[in-house]
Design a protein around this ligand. Sequence first.
Ligand SMILES: Nc1ncnc2c1ncn2[C@@H]1O[C@H](COP(=O)(O)OP(=O)(O)OP(=O)(O)O)[C@@H](O)[C@H]1O
Ligand SMILES: O=c1ccn([C@@H]2O[C@H](COP(=O)(O)O)[C@@H](O)[C@H]2O)c(=O)[nH]1
Length: 205
Amino acid sequence: MTRNSSDLGSCVVVGGGNYFRGGSNSGWTIPRAELDNVGILGTVMNGIFLRGALQNCDVDEVRLMTAIPIPSVGEPYIRLRAQHHLEQGKVLILAGGNGQPFVTTDYPSVQRAIELDAEALLVAKNGVSGVMTADPKLDASATVLSYLSHEDVIDRRIKVMDQAAFVLAMEHALTLKVFDVSRLDQLTAICDGQQIGTLVESRTS
Ligand SMILES: Nc1ncnc2c1ncn2[C@@H]1O[C@H](COP(=O)(O)OP(=O)(O)OP(=O)(O)O)[C@@H](O)[C@H]1O
Ligand SMILES: O=c1ccn([C@@H]2O[C@H](COP(=O)(O)O)[C@@H](O)[C@H]2O)c(=O)[nH]1
C-alpha cells in the first residue's frame, strides 16, 4: 500500500512455489541458480493468472511488472514507474522476485515494500490465521499471536518469513501483518484497521 494517499495504490508481489522451488529440489544435478530461474518463471506465470483474474473481476487498472524483462508479457520493473502506477491508484503485480537466485519471494517482497515506501507488508499465509505459538501441523494447541515486535520474533526464534527477508524488514522498521489468505474477507478488514492475524512492528513505532 502506498503511503499518504486516500486512494491507496495496491501492490502484490507474487510467489511461484506452487510450480517450483529452486531450493527444495535436491535431486537435481543442475546448478541451484538455474533451478531458481525456473522458480522465477513460475512467479511470472502466477502474475499472468492474477492479472487475468483481476480483470475478470472488472479491475481495469492492473499492471504486471517483471523483474526479469519479458516485454511481451509485462512491463520491466522500474522503481519510479512502479511508483507512478501506484500514485495513480492502480493495482500493481510484481513478478519475478528481484530477478536474482538464492532467495525466495520473501526477500523481494520486503525489498519492494521498502523501496516503494509501502505503509505495511501484508504477508499472506496459507491456511493459518497468523503467526502461531508453534507450527499448528505439529501442535494442535497452538494459538495465534496477535502482536509481536521484530525483536520478539528474533528472540523467540519464530519463523515469520526467510531470515534474510525478516532482518531487512527489521532494519527498516517495516510493519508486517501476517494473515490467512484463504479467508477472502480478511484483506478488506485488515485495511479497515481491524485486529486480525499478527501485527509485527518495531518497538519504537
Ligand atoms: N509459528 C508458526 N505460525 C504459523 N505457521 C507456521 C508456524 N511454524 C510453521 N508454520 C507453517 O507455515 C505454513 C504457512 O506458511 P506459508 O503460507 O508460507 O506456507 P508455504 O507452504 O511455505 O507456502 P509458500 O512457500 O508457497 O509461501 C503453515 O502451513 C504452518 O504449518
Ligand atoms: O527473487 C526471487 C524469487 C523467487 N525465486 C525462485 O522462485 C521460487 C518460487 O518462489 P517462492 O517464493 O518459493 O514462492 C523460489 O523458491 C526460488 O527458487 C528466486 O530465485 N528469486
